[in-house]
Design a protein around this ligand. Structure first.
Ligand code: ARG
Length: 595
């Protein structure tokens, strides 16, 4: 069954067609002035000119010819010719009834299935996972779930950063620490005791050193190139770092409820690089540039101004060329990304690849995508950077801990759980739970708080990390939504105990009407989330639905009512729970049984 905007749009298109008006303008949308009507069409204004009529006249003829009376009364004209529609109680009841019985809670699927790879998470080996990867993981997981739910074939890929300069840095630091690699037993022992904590200490120290010490930097570059050509002990050291990091990150992702179909990384694309370089060469796309090899991606006339070290300004091509082989002969970030596209074409044959990565990497992706298109690997419009803003501290800068370091994901979840326990106790929730259940609820509340706070903003917007606000049981928060869902569960459980069953839905009260309208809006929200690759549309929907339920629950008693009224309200409550749980699941948020 179609949602009401689709049904109204079709009915309106039939009227437009009958009047000889362009049906393209017959589209009916949710009104942004619900006080005037629930749905609206502005098309009369658009078609009037072509029809040689006044918008008012066109609108009047639509009103006079409106036939779908079971769906909505004839529209009411507002202003210069806006058409405002109000759905009939019967249409709303039928729609709510359908949603109550539909496993997809009223959501349609895509007409044309696509094969989609979602590249998200993207933690780096040896660097640990910090809050910067949190947004990618949360948004990417939701995008993946939305795409899959709508019917596409989807692969989530973590694309570990395990092949870059940071590898050479750590290898070189270890070399200095051990006084060279000549003592194999010593190296073996060191690698055997390697932990992520070590790596997280070594990496920033070596990165800082490379900034000041040119010879160290040089050695690290050479070590990176040596690793990439499988030199020893580089390869063995890399493997040890890789395994330690991977295990820790798998743990972190599991704790976050994030799951990948492919746990691949940059290094997995390495075997494809030699052939790719040959291919680029054969196509005449590789150019020598000061010892490095690049692909130019700027079109004719695409330039930007660049300030040189001496202060003078020159025009240079823009975007910058993609660096494919460095002067040391090593693969760069863009090289592995380009080779990964070829790898995915070979293995998944995707119609679309979505890269859920910090907005600040936009230039990098533009270079890679253009190079891929030039080389004929994938078309430019099949590659899309789904960028996002930063999570900031109260100082408005990307979030740091009080000590100035990056907050590790595990610590952040730990902090959130601690706060969740506090809040649960304050609200006197869970005093009678077993320890396991209490911990499980605290974990779910913590994740709901973090995830919903992130997903309730449009992804491009930066937001301030404020655990106290995220964790509130009131307002637009994850815990509030869990609380509402759990409340419905409890009502339904009681109804079950009393032997009260759901039945035919009828829409009588204003609050029932508002709830049915909210339920109907799910399909539109999901569509918007899909098309804009923006889960916040679903977050908005979850909140609007919870609020509509709250109003309904206040004004339309469920268990105290009787007979057909109670049966109808139970059916509405059941539909709400199903859709709310589903919406939250699409956001990656799990609902506890009780709280
Ligand atoms: N590892 C990268 C980082 O931490 C993110 C990877 C994003 N995905 C990609 N295909 N480049 O910045």
């Amino acid at each position: 069954m179609k949602d009401l905007v689709s049904a109204l749009s079709e009915a309106n298109a039939a009227v437009f067609q009958g009047l000889g008006l362009d049906v393209k303008h017959a589209e009916v949308r949710r009104s942004d002035r619900p006080d005037l009507g629930e749905f609206q069409c502005n098309g009369a204004l658009a078609v009037a000119k072509g029809a040689g009529k006044k918008p008012q006249e066109v609108a009047q003829s639509v009103v006079a010819n409106w036939r779908a009376l079971e769906l909505a009364a004839p529209p009411v004209i507002a202003g210069p010719g806006f058409l405002n529609f109000t759905a009939t109680p019967q249409a709303l009841a039928a729609r709510a009834q359908f949603i109550a019985g539909d496993a997809r809670a009223g959501a349609m699927a895509v007409a044309q299935k696509r094969r989609v790879v979602v590249d998200y998470g993207g933690p780096n080996v040896a660097k640990g996972m910090h809050v910067g990867h949190l947004r990618s993981s949360i948004i990417g997981e939701s995008v993946k779930r939305v795409y899959r739910f709508l019917g596409d074939e989807v692969w989530g890929d973590a694309h570990f950063g395990d092949w870059g300069f940071q590898m050479g840095l750590v290898i070189t630091a270890l070399e200095d620490e051990l006084g060279g690699f000549s003592d194999a037993a010593k190296l073996d022992a060191r690698l055997g005791s390697l932990t992520l904590e070590h790596l997280e200490g070594i990496y920033p120290a070596s990165a800082a050193k490379a900034k000041e010490d040119a010879s160290f930097r040089d050695r690290a570059r050479k070590a990176t190139a040596a690793l990439q050509s499988s030199a020893e002990p580089h390869r063995t050291i890399w493997k040890a770092m890789h395994d330690v990091s991977m295990a820790a990150q798998k743990r972190d992702f599991a704790a976050l409820g994030v799951n990948f179909d492919l746990w691949l990384g940059e290094s997995d694309a390495d075997p494809l690089i030699p052939d790719m370089v040959k291919h680029l060469e054969a196509k005449g796309l590789l150019e020598e540039d000061q010892g490095a090899r690049i692909v130019r991606v700027a079109g004719p006339g695409e330039t930007k101004k660049k300030k040189l070290e001496d202060g003078s300004v020159v025009e240079v091509e823009s975007p910058d060329p993609l660096l494919v082989v460095s002067s040391e002969g090593s693969a760069m970030y863009g090289t592995t990304d380009l080779a990964t596209i070829r790898q995915r074409v070979r293995d998944q044959q995707p119609d679309l690849i979505l890269y859920v990565v910090d907005q600040r990497q936009a230039d990098h992706f533009e270079q890679v995508y253009r190079a891929a298109a030039k080389a004929g690997y994938m078309a430019r419009d099949q590659l899309e950077h789904v960028g996002f803003g930063t999570m900031n501290g109260t100082d408005g800068k990307p979030f740091k801990t009080r000590a100035g370091g990056v907050l590790k994901l595990q610590d952040m979840i730990g902090q959130a759980e601690e706060k969740a326990r506090e809040r649960l106790r304050e609200n006197e929730i869970g005093a009678d739970f077993s320890k396991e259940e209490f911990e499980d609820v605290a974990h779910k509340v913590a994740l709901a708080a973090i995830k919903f706070a992130d997903l309730s903003n449009f992804r491009g917007t930066s937001y301030v990390f404020d655990l106290d606000r995220f964790m509130s049981f009131e307002g637009k928060t994850g815990p509030y939504l869990l609380y509402q869902a759990v409340r419905i569960k409890s009502v339904l459980r009681k109804a079950d105990e009393q032997g009260a069953a759901a039945g035919a839905i009828s829409i009588e009260h204003e609050a029932e009407r508002a709830l049915a309208l909210a339920l109907d809006a799910f399909n539109g929200a999901l569509r918007a989330a899909y098309e804009k690759r923006a889960p916040h549309f679903l977050a908005e929907h979850a909140y609007a639905l919870a609020q509509a339920f709250s109003g309904f629950y206040t004004h339309c008693p469920i268990l105290p009512s009787k007979g057909a009224v109670r049966a109808s309200r139970l059916a509405l409550a059941g539909a709400t729970l199903k859709q709310l749980t589903l919406t939250l699941d699409l956001l990656g948020i799990a609902v506890p049984e009780r709280m």
